[in-house]
Write a protein that binds this ligand. Structure first.
Ligand code: GAL
Length: 386
């Protein structure tokens, strides 16, 4: 179904201005370098639904989207769902009742919003899925995210770099044949992204597993075994503790852990440290190579301190800007520009998407990627706090 929108008083100039707008630091509010101030969104209400405040990235995302929309003259109803599906459903129901003209949604469970999206469609409200694809509904109009398969490739690549199998340029290092003991973690199965991260990572690791360079001593190589419901740190810590007891009791050592998110990485690191690894990667029983995602400040400090090995930086300021550019296109009665119309099949249709790129962070490029870009300050990295 194609919906008709009235042409709102939002011009192309505004969208262009927003495209240039930097959304501010990860934990800070928007900095207005764009001249978008005084945009004429005409005070229309936009609903922004975010999944949780337990992870700082979603707080930064919510703040940046809200600030950018307000800068452009819109009113914003920003809600966090507390990782609870009924809470998010009712927040979106209420946004529709309040008369929002656009919904921007980062879902908790990507399969649980079909009713809300039907109600939005009935009210001619366009829906943008933010970072996480909403599945099983034809009423998702657009998707802004990163190249999630490539995030998984980058996670596995950084694991191989940490093990010494590859150099940072991705070239095989002669004579490094392992075998390395690696354990695998995945995200929440109800989050479409978790499957993309896993696929990208496993496609990258499988040849090394086949050659015996990498072994998974627990044998837990299915995403169902590796998954972490709601991406919770404590759940990952508990699973790592269980793996250490069940599989590494006889003195064998863990060399690496594939982790798809910094929160999980911190739980995994705690379990490893409690079992006598580390505390850093240069200690006698070194901390294994642990990967991550999101460049959360606590984890960036752990990388700087030689505890965690890597993370993936997804610049949430750029994602917020993209959501605003795409959203203002809808509000102007236009189709947002997509750069991918093939990858994201939500089970009912392929959702037109705008994909951004991500970078691997190691200790030696924290300065260039995170500090020089203004995402974190040197002081924040030093303290490990926003
Ligand atoms: C995913 C997201 C990741 C990470 C994770 C846990 O959907 O793509 O960047 O934030 O959720 O919050």
């Amino acid at each position: 179904m194609r919906r008709k929108f009235s042409i709102a008083a939002v011009g192309a100039t505004l969208a262009l201005g927003l495209a240039a707008c930097s959304g501010g630091g990860a934990g800070s509010s928007t900095d207005d370098a764009s001249g978008a101030a005084g945009g004429d969104g005409g005070g229309q209400l936009v609903g922004v639904a975010m999944p949780t405040q337990t992870s700082e990235r979603w707080i930064a995302d919510g703040d940046a989207v809200k600030a950018g929309l307000e800068e452009a003259g819109y009113k914003v109803d920003l809600q966090y769902g507390n990782d609870d599906i009924p809470t998010q459903q009712s927040q979106i129901d209420q946004m529709i009742t309040k008369g929002v003209k656009l919904l921007i949604i980062a879902s908790i469970d990507g399969t649980a919003l079909a009713n809300q999206l039907q109600a939005a469609a009935d009210a001619d409200i366009p829906v943008i899925a933010y970072d996480r694809l909403i599945r099983d509904s034809e009423n998702v109009d657009f998707y802004v995210t990163f190249d999630n398969y490539n995030v998984g490739v980058q996670q596995a690549t950084s694991l191989l770099v940490g093990l010494g199998v590859l150099d940072e340029a991705g070239t095989a290092v002669e004579g490094v044949t392992g075998p390395f003991n690696v354990e695998l973690f995945a995200g929440s199965l109800d989050d479409n992204n978790a499957h993309f991260f896993w696929k990208g990572a496993m496609d990258t690791l499988q040849p090394y597993i086949d050659e015996g360079v990498i072994v998974v001593p627990s044998g837990q190589t299915d995403i169902e075994q590796a998954a972490t419901l709601r991406w919770q740190q404590e759940t990952a810590q508990k699973r790592m503790e269980d793996l250490l007891t069940s599989t590494y009791g006889g003195g064998s050592k863990v060399d690496g852990v594939l982790s798809p998110y910094d929160g999980l990485s911190r739980g995994i690191i705690t379990a490893l440290q409690n079992a006598g690894y580390g505390p850093t990667r240069s200690d006698a029983t070194p901390m294994p190579v642990v990967t991550g995602q999101d460049a959360e400040i606590a984890s960036v400090k752990l990388i700087a301190d030689d505890v965690q090995f890597s993370t993936i930086f997804k610049d949430t300021r750029k994602l917020a800007d993209q959501a605003i550019v795409s959203g203002t296109s809808f509000l102007a009665g236009e189709e947002p520009e997509a750069n991918d119309t093939e990858t994201y099949d939500n089970g009912v249709k392929v959702v037109p998407s705008y994909l951004l790129t991500s970078d691997i962070v190691y200790a030696n490029n924290i300065q260039a990627l995170l500090i020089d870009s203004g995402y974190w300050t040197a002081e924040q990295v030093e303290k490990g706090q926003a």
